[in-house]
Design a protein around this ligand. Structure first.
Ligand SMILES: Cc1cc2nc3c(=O)[nH]c(=O)nc-3n(C[C@H](O)[C@H](O)[C@H](O)COP(=O)(O)OP(=O)(O)OC[C@H]3O[C@@H](n4cnc5c(N)ncnc54)[C@H](O)[C@@H]3O)c2cc1C
Ligand SMILES: *[C@@H]1O[C@H](CO)[C@@H](O)[C@H](O)[C@H]1NC(C)=O
Ligand SMILES: *[C@@H]1O[C@H](CO)[C@@H](O)[C@H](O)[C@H]1NC(C)=O
Ligand SMILES: *[C@@H]1O[C@H](CO)[C@@H](O)[C@H](O)[C@H]1NC(C)=O
Ligand SMILES: *[C@@H]1O[C@H](CO)[C@@H](O)[C@H](O)[C@H]1NC(C)=O
Ligand SMILES: *[C@@H]1O[C@H](CO)[C@@H](O)[C@H](O)[C@H]1NC(C)=O
Length: 495
């Protein structure tokens, strides 16, 4: 029953500084080039796994990554609010995100200390809090235990045995996902997202809504309409009518043991690119990818052309106008936009029908009600009793008039409009991993299953294996170096 207590870990305090990888070592002039569009966790993971799985020194190849921003990381990015740094996009990792764990170790990154004090959570229905946990900041472990026990009892009292059924639904799904960490010998290379999901027993979850999957699992409608809805609205800005697999992943992101990287999760991408002997073209946007018979020509908005034997798209194509020649066809998909608003100030108790701000829970979650103008509001940092930094998620932008009703004090406001993740709709239809049947690959086809840093890494690993087998004809992958190195074997043992 730890699920709710760690909800607050969605929003982590970060500090960071940006840095660029050094120049790559030159490859032999005739070596083929793998071009990757996008320097998020997906593109950086493709470069990492290409290097890790290829037997050195053959095959010899160049890797070039294009990134339209001046920095790497994509949807892993930090924001600076009055001199304090916070995660602006992807903020939390699950304890079983094994690629992210291995990156952290490989790159010698530091994990943030878990927040020790218990955080209060309230579910707002537009008029009142239908549910609230107790918050009690006390350093005494015994008192903390009592508070947490009290909250467990409250949750159990409201939702009954459904809460246990929810946990076993999530555990079951996470368990199936762990198949993607099985050894290379026993794990096929997948040519389609459908076959990849079917192999792990996850495909069916993409064919129906989360709501119906949870109802089949025996959850009460109260739990689905309240707590589950709060979680899907926080994690994906969507309702329980989203598809089941992404919904289950979202629920998994509300459990215990969640973590993040000190200084910002984007350092995973930066570190992987730094170690993978990559030519990184920052601030260069690719506008066309043409197949010219033996290779691809990538043109950028800077007017440059690049010849690549293999091309990898590591960004969602839904809102991009990259021109493909010949054209490629992918199913239509809409992105869910999440407006992330950072506010330094103080919430207005009157808006919540309360007399003092201190009675407002540290995480305000919401149910589906079109009259509620936000999905969640949470405290990122408490500077003093009356001065805090908050993160607001909403489906529509938060204008000043609205913010002035919700906040009584507002000294700084920062707004980010993310094309955040797919708008999930069951049954999902998946784009191909291999866009043209040749050497043009699409990592983010997997995002219709679920969108997380780890699922991007898992999809990227499969794309790297596809390239090594389909282009380089590398057969015995089992002889390749393990990603996890010698002491990583323990990782596999407990799967
Ligand atoms: C608000 C928010 C909260 C989230 N919370 C979490 C969370 O807590 N945990 C979690 O695991 N995940 C979370 N996610 C999801 C997670 O961020 C993504 O699934 C993941 O980062 C996707 O990585 P990617 O590399 O596939 O794509 P991206 O990170 O989007 O990378 C694509 C890159 O390609 C670049 N690019 C695009 N077009 C071009 C072009 N034409 N030429 C050159 N470069 C181009 C982009 O600038 C970008 O840097 C969250 C996302 C958002 C928006
Ligand atoms: C890149 O890696 C080298 C060691 O391989 C390290 O010294 C350097 O600090 C790294 N740079 C960044 C930006 O991480
Ligand atoms: C954040 O902003 C403050 C004040 O503008 C500045 O001093 C600080 O260097 C910034 N920090 C980062 C990490 O950008
Ligand atoms: C890893 O980081 C820690 C602190 O950040 C540092 O003390 C240690 O020397 C680093 N180890 C390596 C191998 O770089
Ligand atoms: C998925 O659904 C099909 C058809 O309903 C069924 O035959 C199959 O056993 C299901 N697979 C899993 C893993 O649940
Ligand atoms: C890409 O650039 C080359 C060289 O400038 C040009 O010949 C070609 O037509 C361009 N391709 C596209 C699709 O614009």
């Amino acid at each position: 029953m730890s699920i709710i207590f760690l909800l607050i870990f969605f929003l982590f305090l970060q500090s960071s500084s940006s840095s660029l990888p050094p120049e790559p070592e030159p490859q032999p002039p005739n070596a083929p080039t793998v071009c990757i569009v996008g320097a998020g966790i997906g593109g950086s993971s493709v470069s990492h796994f290409l290097r890790t799985y290829s037997p050195n020194p053959i095959p010899n190849f160049n890797i070039r990554i294009f990134e339209r921003n001046r920095f790497v990381g994509g949807r892993m990015a930090t924001v600076n609010v009055t001199g304090h740094t916070f995660e602006a996009g992807a903020s939390i990792l699950h304890p079983k995100n094994f690629h992210a764990l291995s990156y952290t170790k490989l790159l010698n990154l530091t994990v943030n200390d878990p927040s020790s004090s218990s955080s209060s959570i309230g579910i707002w229905d537009g008029k009142k809090f239908v549910f609230k946990t107790l918050s009690f900041n006390c350093k005494l472990p015994f008192v903390q235990k009592l508070v947490s026990l009290f909250n467990s009892v409250r949750i159990f009292f409201r939702y009954g045995f459904s809460i246990l059924r929810m946990e076993s639904f999530v555990e079951n799904t996470v368990g199936r996902f762990l198949k993607y960490y099985e050894s290379l010998e026993s794990r096929p290379i997948f040519e389609t997202v459908d076959s990849m999901l079917q192999w792990a027993g996850l495909y069916n979850l993409t064919t129906s809504t989360l709501e119906s999957e949870l109802a089949d699992a025996g959850l009460s409608s109260l739990l689905i309409q309240e707590l589950v809805t709060v979680i899907t609205r926080i994690n994906y800005g969507q309702s329980v009518s989203m598809s089941g697999l992404a919904g289950a992943v979202s629920l998994a992101g509300s459990g215990g043991g969640l973590w993040s990287i000190k200084g910002g999760n984007w350092q995973m991408a930066a570190g992987l690119i730094n170690r993978s002997d990559v030519a990184l073209n920052l601030h260069e946007e690719i506008e066309s990818i043409s197949f010219l018979g033996e290779h691809y020509e990538l043109n950028s908005t800077l007017g440059h052309s690049y010849i690549c034997e293999v091309a990898v798209v590591a960004t969602p194509l839904d809102e991009l106008n990259i021109q493909f020649i010949p054209p490629v066809s992918i199913p239509k998909r809409k992105l869910q936009h999440t407006h992330t608003t950072f506010v330094r100030g103080l919430l207005n108790p009157v808006y919540f029908g309360l007399n003092v701000a201190s009675k407002i829970p540290e995480l305000v979650g919401t149910i589906e009600n079109p009259d509620i103008p936000f999905s969640s509001i949470s405290v990122l940092k408490q500077h003093s009793e009356t001065d805090k930094t908050y993160k607001v998620f909403s489906r529509q932008p938060m204008d000043d008039a609205l913010l002035d009703r919700i906040f009584s004090v507002r000294s700084e406001t920062i707004r980010i409009n993310w094309g955040a993740y797919p708008h999930y709709s069951a049954p999902e239809v998946f784009a191909p991993f291999i866009l043209d049947g040749r050497q043009l690959y699409y990592v983010n086809a997997f995002e219709n299953a679920a969108s997380t840093m780890e699922t991007s890494a898992v999809a990227a690993e499969n794309i790297a294996r596809l390239i090594l087998s389909r282009f380089f004809g590398q057969v015995p992958l089992s002889q390749a170096k393990s990603t996890y190195g010698s002491d990583g074997e323990g990782l596999h043992a407990d799967l």
